[in-house]
Design a protein around this ligand. Structure first.
Ligand code: SF4
Ligand code: ZN
Ligand code: ZN
Length: 343
């Protein structure tokens, strides 16, 4: 006996929703998925009519589904948004060049303007060149810090009001777990926020419309909608710590699917005791980007790369910032400590 869709009770169910366990037909699943994203957007008041919004597009499943659903909901519910695609080219041969081809096809499919900013033009370094210098251990630190700033710079060039990213529920739950495991209270406090206001000049507000969408459902949505996306993993993907958190989360999900949502809710409801020291946000003395130190992380990492001292931005070397700022030479001992790539 074929199982009937539990929503319309007419059509044959083709899937069991990972989030709720309901058996649904394709159309009812599409509707449920889209309506939940719409509810998230409305409940958190993510956008205002007339705003220009850049969708951070990597060509992967999350951002492709985000672009598709944002365009659809913008039309269905007359949000009145002007949507654009914004991509970052990290300079990873055999990975990003191929995924950017997908974004270019998405641009045509969704008829949205596209802007691509590259690490090479912004920082003078591609990830290929960075990996050659720093090896395959901390490369994601460089990539993550540079990407954050690259998106802001691209958004400023495009003069958009907001950036929306394809972070899904699994990503958020993973980040909560990682911050708990690291004891990073400052990040733990802000990592579940669905949107961030501008923290200063050069920082564009961001939001995550897919914050409550399960990764498994995003894959199903992309699959059944036959969306054009790129599914290869980055060739430099050693992010071991996140990998462990991800595996742990997937194990929990297989026993209890609500674990993902439960972890997000725990993160949202955590309250930091009064008196706990938090980093004070200022601006980078070199580039003006937000920073709780004299130099922002991006400038320190870049300085390390340009001086052939890759360890400079990894770990805490704050006391060296003044020396860097005033172009003072480092001592031999400091140079030696910062030179090895085996970190
Ligand atoms: Fe960059 Fe690491 Fe992601 Fe590759 S896996 S794109 S190196 S952050
Ligand atoms: Zn149905
Ligand atoms: Zn800076």
């Amino acid at each position: 006996m074929p199982v009937l869709c539990s929503a319309c009770t007419e059509k044959r169910a083709v899937l069991k929703r990972p989030k709720t366990g309901h058996s649904l037909c394709k159309e009812c699943f599409f509707w449920a998925f889209e309506e939940e994203v719409h509810y998230t957007i409305v409940a958190a008041q993510l956008f205002k009519p007339g705003e220009t919004v850049a969708i951070a597009a990597s060509g992967g499943k999350d951002s492709t589904v985000l672009a598709h659903v944002m365009k659809l909901l913008n039309e269905r519910y007359s949000y009145g948004l002007k949507l654009m695609l914004l991509s970052v080219d990290e300079g990873i041969t055999g990975y990003r060049d191929d995924s950017l081809e997908t974004v270019k096809r998405n641009q045509e499919q969704y008829e949205l303007p596209l802007k691509i900013v590259s690490y090479e033009e912004l920082y003078g370094w591609t990830m290929d060149a960075i990996v050659k210098q720093v090896g395959l251990k901390n490369n994601c630190t460089f990539c993550g810090v540079f990407r954050r700033q690259a998106l802001d710079r691209g958004a400023i060039i495009l003069k958009v009001d907001k950036i929306c990213t394809g972070h899904n529920a699994d990503d958020v739950a993973e980040t909560v777990l990682m911050n708990v495991l690291r004891g990073d209270v400052a990040r733990l406090r802000r990592c579940t926020a669905i949107s961030t206001a501008s923290e200063g000049e050069g920082v564009v507000p961001r939001c995550k419309p897919l914050k409550y969408s399960y990764e498994k459902e995003i894959v199903l949505y992309a699959y059944f909608k036959k969306l054009d996306y790129f599914s290869t993993e980055c060739i430099y993907s050693p992010n071991a710590y996140r990998g462990y958190a991800r595996t742990f989360l997937k194990d929990l999900e297989s026993i209890r699917p609500s674990s993902i949502m439960d972890i997000i809710h725990s993160g949202e409801n955590l309250c930091v005791r009064e008196g706990v020291k938090m980093p004070v946000q200022g601006t980078c003395k070199r580039c003006g980007y937000i920073s709780s130190q004299a130099l922002c992380k991006s400038c320190v990492l870049l300085e390390g790369l340009n001086r052939g001292l890759p360890k400079l931005g990894i770990g805490k070397h704050h006391r060296l910032h003044d020396k860097i700022l005033s172009q003072q030479p480092l001592t031999e001992k400091e140079e030696r400590k910062l030179k090895s790539v085996d970190f």
